[in-house]
Write a protein that binds this ligand. Sequence first.
Ligand SMILES: *Cc1c(COP(=O)(O)O)cnc(C)c1O
Length: 218
Amino acid sequence: MSLEQNYQNILSQLPQNVKLVAVSKTNPAFKIKELYDLGQKAFGENKVQELLEKQPVLPNDIEWHLIGHLQTNKVKYIASFISMIESIDSEKLLKEVDKEAAKNNRKINILLQVKIAKEDTKFGLTTNEAKDIFSQYLAGNFPNVEIKGLMGMASFVDDETQIREEFSILKNLFDELSQLKPLKTLSMGMSGDFPIAIESGSNSVRVGSAIFGERNYV
Ligand SMILES: *Cc1c(COP(=O)(O)O)cnc(C)c1O
């Protein structure tokens, strides 16, 4: 299937309220431009270095999302232009983003990444850490960031029941925090599990290989 066919195929499966972030990691800039020309504006990258190579050579109305683990010493390189950092996985990182946002005279939109997978390999906050950070935020901490919502990844398993359980942990936390202050974005679902994620309440999916084709490496 062509890029356009893949893209239309994914779009046709997304309800109107669900945003698509096209995960372009490992794909060259010209491929991103191809998808951009088909109308896609939000792209996700997981490595700062790769993002810094692509961003200057692509249209500047692209909405870049950082979706991978971010080291604090690299925040400064993306702080001027990043649209959303989806992968805030520690308070230390959030502090750094807040500091760099202030330096750039802007607010930076972020999601708190919560570890919902049973697998022990993934980055992310515990639900309690996320609640604690959110209450600090409501009390006025991190004034240069805008906490827009939550992001999470389910385990890479075939067991649909397990995937649903993991997504429901995040949806419940999203609802709980939204009572304190309405949140906008619940980012969950990738190529392999986005239909389940949407059924579980996701309103933002991060889809890579189902659009761009399989990657050689992650
Ligand atoms: C790579 C990646 C995706 C997209 O994965 P696909 O299976 O290619 O759709 C989504 N979210 C994160 C955090 C990723 O690292």
